[in-house]
Structure formats: C-alpha cells, structure tokens
Design a protein around this ligand. Structure first.
Ligand code: F3S
Length: 426
C-alpha cells in the first residue's frame, strides 16, 4: 500500500529539510508501509528510549543523525541513560564505556532533546495531556501515558523514537486512533479486600497477572479503588508492560477513558471475562520471587520505574519507624531516580535521613544498563514487579519481591524478610 504523504512529508523525504530529516522520514514511511498505515499524522511530544542502551550501533546512529544536522521538531524528553551523569566515577564504570555513553547523551542533547534522563517522564516535566498525540518509547512510560493520562501513543521502539522527534510525524495507526483504544478483556477483582489494595505489592502483582493474561490486548479492570495513587498505577502498568505487551489498560472509574464499563468497551461486549482472585496474586508473587525466604540479602533496589518524591516520603517514614537502626553492613541499598526529584529532595528535610540510613541515590540510569550493583551480588530485593521480572535474566541474581517496608526491614537484618501473602506485613 502506498502511504499518503502531505506536501511537507514529501519535501522532508526529498531532503529539503536536511539529510537527517530525510533519513528519519524515510524510516518512518517504511514503518508506515509495514504497519499498513494509510497516512502520516502529527505528534506533539516525543520521549527517547534509544539513548539508554549503549552499543556501537546506537552511538553511531545518534552521532550520524546529529552530524547530519538532526534537530528535534517537537519537545522531546530523554529516558534513562547508560550512567549517572554526575557521579559515574563513584560506580567504578570503565572509562571507555563512560566516555562513549557521554558521547551518546551529548548527541541527543545536541539534537535539542531535553536531558530529563528518566524512565518516569510522566512524573516530571512536560507531562502529556488527555487526547494529545505523542510518540513515546519505554514500555512503562507508554502504558502510563495511554492509560492514566489518556494521551495517545503506540509502543515506539529505540531509533524510531528519534525519527518521530525529528519529523514530528508518525504513521497513523494503532493506539493513535480512538477505535483501537476500546477495551478487549474484562478483569473483575473478586474477594479482594479493599485493605489489601492499600499494600504497595498489590499493584505490581496485579500488573504481572494482567500482563500474563492480557498479552497485547487491552484489559479493563473493574474494582480498583478511586483513591488509587499515581505511584500505584505506575507500578501496575510497569509490571503489566513487562510480563505482557500491555500498552493501554482501563480502570473503571479511575482512568480517563473509562468513566463507565460501557465507555471502556466503547459500547461493545468484552471478548472475554477473567476473575482475579487472591490466589492469583499469591501465585504472581511466587513467580516473581525466586529467592528463598530468609536468604542472605546482598542488595535492595527501589525506583523501577524511577522513584517519585512521594515514594521518597514513604520510604523516609518507614525508615523513621525503625528507631535509628541502619542497613546491615553486607547490604547495598540503591534507589534509582532522576535529577528533578533529587532537587526536590535537596530542598526537603529528607535527604540527610535517607543517606545516613545508608541509601545510595542513583540518578539518570538503571541497574540493568549500568554496573551499579556490586559484582558479587547474588540476591536482591525490590518492591517493583518490573525489576523482579527482569533481574534474574539481566543481572543473573535471585529476587525477592516485597513491600517497601519489607525491603527496609530486610536491609537492616541482612536477609530476606517477607510475609507469605503479599498484603500482610512481615
Ligand atoms: Fe526504569 Fe530500568 Fe526499571 S529503565 S523502569 S529502572 S528497568
């Protein structure tokens, strides 16, 4: 099928806007052909994941575009990058790796990207609006933008993201179109006490189940409390986009395209109905927890996706409740976040409490892309479904998934301390 191009698209393809734009547009037109899109459309914002993974090819691609005069046409934020820009020396990162990573980041900044360096761009700068057409990469950011904010993006991948940013155009298909945002599967929460939904492990476990069950379909959740927080929805979406390819979920009475069940399904019947029982969540926790209870603990990793200021406030409260105890000498306690949140922390009264407890605050990056954890790390603990899902494969470690409070108590004791059911405190 030939893609219908407007005059500006054609001029971009012919090179009138420079070589980088020509290259970016030719990649996007090819993508439109692959997906069977009939035409191109404008996007208002972009978020770049391609800056995070460092390889010879990724560096060459970014530097080539920048050298060819590539410039983003729309406000464009950066995802996490391959190192903590300010304090990478502290993490014993090989100099050659660091210099190539810094060159890659510089190439994107030179193209006009905003160096937010976070995988939670929706909790910072340039949060998309309801209905806004955007081109975002990074799976957890995509599902949050679509589901919680009601912005519209497909699951853009590395390198297509910067092409969309340079041209401000994408193929018109998929989740950019309202008809394709209709709910497909109904998930009903059954026998789950409202109190359980306050536990911070409830959301990653539900997300893990959601991803496993829905795959790439659009699930509609019935039964979530209206008071669910942004951080809880962040945890749910990140887990669902890891165990499955969920790019959009609706939660009836919570998310903006699902005021009612009928609205979520656009007045069509669901393709299937699945009941979620407490046992499903217990099973999800077992699946995500490969470490034995009581196993010696090497590290705690929080902030996957990047920690928000309100999550730091919760963590500080939990630490305060431990009555001055500090982290076990054999445990590394890492919290991943971004520069914006750190500046809020530095203005608050929390930073001294957190660092004197022994917490290492890591900016801009991710433990899967940067060697932050000690090389001898064998067992980690986290409250993140996404971290728990990928860590065995990415880091070769065993994982325990628990609440934030479980993580703090385990860090103090130096071993995994966790309740058997996800919603009771240990
Ligand atoms: Fe962010 Fe890395 Fe987790 S990119 S979402 S901290 S896996």
């Amino acid at each position: 099928m030939t893609v219908k191009l407007n005059e500006k698209d054609k001029r971009m393809l012919q090179g009138e806007y420079g070589k980088a734009t020509k290259l970016a547009m030719s990649i996007l037109v090819r993508m439109a052909e692959v997906y069977g899109a009939e035409e191109m459309m404008d996007v208002a914002l972009a978020h770049i994941d391609g800056v995070g993974l460092l390889s010879e090819a990724s560096l060459e691609f970014a530097e080539t575009l920048a050298t060819l005069g590539g410039r983003v046409a729309i406000p464009t934020t950066l995802n996490m990058v391959p190192l903590d820009i300010q304090q990478w020396e502290k993490w014993k990162i090989p100099e050659d790796y660091a210099h190539r990573a810094l060159r890659q980041i510089r190439a994107y900044i030179n193209m006009g990207c905003i160096p937010t360096c976070t995988c939670a761009p929706y909790q910072g700068y340039l949060t998309p609006r309801f209905g806004q057409q955007i081109a975002w990469a990074e799976s957890n950011a995509i599902v949050y933008a679509n589901s919680v904010l009601g912005a519209r993006t497909n699951r853009y991948g590395d390198y297509i993201d910067i092409c969309a940013a340079i041209t401000g155009r994408v193929p018109k298909y998929g989740l950019h179109l309202k008809a394709n945002r209709r709910g497909q599967l109904l998930l009903r929460l059954v026998d789950i006490e409202p109190a359980w939904m306050k536990s911070d492990t409830f959301y990653p476990l539900l997300g893990h189940f959601l991803g496993r069950t829905a795959g790439d379909k659009i699930p509609v959740i019935e039964g979530l409390p209206a008071q669910v927080t942004d951080d809880q929805l962040k945890a749910l979406g990140a887990a669902a986009a890891s165990s499955g390819a969920v790019a959009l979920f609706h939660a009836v009475g919570v998310t903006p395209e699902a005021h009612t069940l009928e609205e979520a399904f656009q007045n069509e019947p669901p393709e299937g109905v699945i009941d979620v029982h407490p046992d499903d969540l217990v099973a999800a926790q077992k699946e995500l927890s490969t470490a034995e209870a009581d196993a010696p603990l090497d590290a705690v990793v929080l902030g996957c996706p990047h920690f928000s200021f309100t999550e730091f406030q919760q963590l500080a409260q939990i630490i305060q409740a431990q009555g001055g105890q500090s982290i076990h000498s054999g445990v590394q306690f890492v919290v991943l976040t971004n520069q914006l949140t750190l500046s809020l922390l530095q203005r608050s009264n929390l930073i001294t409490l957190l660092t004197s407890f022994g917490i290492q605050i890591v900016l801009d990056t991710c433990d899967f892309h940067c060697p932050i954890l000690h090389s001898e790390t064998k067992v980690i603990m986290t409250n993140s479904g996404k971290q728990a899902y990928y860590a065995p494969g990415e880091l070769g470690v065993q994982v325990a998934l628990g609440t934030m409070a479980d993580c703090v108590r385990s860090a103090i004791k130096g071993r995994v301390v966790r309740s058997e059911t996800p919603w009771t405190e240990s």
